[in-house]
Design a protein around this ligand. Structure first.
Ligand SMILES: [Zn+2]
Ligand SMILES: [Zn+2]
Length: 98
């Protein structure tokens, strides 16, 4: 369960929350794929235990994409049918996180 704790801590970190806000503002709060209200910031290059402390990946604006719930779920369904997100964009079934 160690991995999950690291990721959980990351999503609570001020650095991430600031990067997330910046991303949302830079695209006027709209989903970058369909133009609906975007609520979840997606990492284009997936976060892993190996890159989560690398800010050129985890906090890089170019690696972030603001998505609505639908587009975010669609994106992750490429990898798994079971993936679901909570309001913060965290996976609810974390065994599929990687
Ligand atoms: Zn969308
Ligand atoms: Zn995502």
């Amino acid at each position: 369960m160690k991995k999950l704790k690291v990721l959980h801590n990351f999503y609570k970190s001020p650095a991430w929350l600031a990067a997330r806000e910046l991303k949302i503002m830079s695209v006027n709060g709209l989903c970058e794929r369909c133009g609906q209200i975007g609520i979840e910031v997606h990492h284009i290059e997936k976060l892993t235990i190996n890159n989560i402390n690398d800010s050129s990946v985890s906090l890089n604006q170019d690696n972030l994409e603001l998505l609505c719930r639908d587009c975010h779920n669609k994106e992750h369904k490429r990898f798994s049918k079971e993936v679901r997100f909570d309001e913060d964009g965290n996976l609810l079934n974390p065994e599929n996180r990687f």
